[in-house]
Ligand binder design. Sequence first.
Ligand code: ATR
Length: 324
Amino acid sequence: MKHVTLGTGLDVSRLGLGCMGMSAFYTGAGQDDAGATAVIHRAIDLGVTFFDTAEIYGPYTNEVLLGQAVKGRRDQVVIATKFGTLLHRSDDSRGLDGSAENVRLAVEGSLKRLDTDYIDLYYQHRMDPGTPIEETVGALKQLIDEGKIRHYGLSEAAPATIRRAHAVHPVTAVQTEYSLWSRDPESEILPLLRELGIGFVPYSPLGRGFLTGTIRSLDQLDEADFRRNNPRFEGENLQANIRIVEEVDAVASEVGATPGQVALAWLLAQGDNIAPIPGTTKVANLEQNVAADALVLSPEQLAALAAVAAPAGDRYADMSPLNR
Ligand code: ATR
């Protein structure tokens, strides 16, 4: 597995593993911790070093799962987790809070659940319009000085926020949804990250599974699956979006790969500072995804993929917490 260096010098395998779906939001979440642990172990054996979680996944249980799974191999892995969408005051209700007080409350909980002395990469999960980013980054810088976190990142932040954060302390990575059907970062975010030397971590690189071509109907998803309420998966939108998979599949047939592998290979070709984190709960799917590291697409194939149809439907039912 090839590696990339993100921002301030964080070395990661260029394909990571998104752990969210093991404990939250997707069909089957939280139902097979032993199977999820096997996926994490297999990932390490295949050379994946970059593992992504967040306190809100579960909430909390995904961090515990990951912490347990990497026990004894902590020094071989980079753990990324996230704060800022749980309040940690009298209860654990949800809300955007980037205050210095909340950063401190959050990190202690994450360290305990992950059962580790340090977090390699600590992201603000969503920006808090009520707290100046300078306050949040000031608190993160203190955690770096104390050795509790090694690097910090921002998820779904607006360009102006990234600049302001970077001026207080260098940002190591920005994590935002990016894939063949979510191209929004290309206009401003990617050029800005190149300019500032910040790494980029695309989440949902498989379009929440859609780009693998295996989701053709909502009937395949549990009642509680987040995608049932995601505009791109609803009714006519889902039917219209199948066109995109067909276009990806045409390239996949040419190169003898799966559509998911082609979607990942296309992402990897978008820059040297990019480390996507496909999520899976199955060893066979993990193995397929990891194999995309070796898949090289021709300039013509990359161009054909860049020209796939635009998706029907927004990325989220509520787009308001994004790009703040
Ligand atoms: P996210 O970042 O939100 O986890 P993603 O990485 O774009 O989203 O896609 C994750 C989804 O793709 C999961 O539903 C996962 O399902 P499994 O847990 O059943 O694997 C699905 N997925 C991942 N790799 C896959 C593959 N190789 N083939 C089919 N589905 C896959």
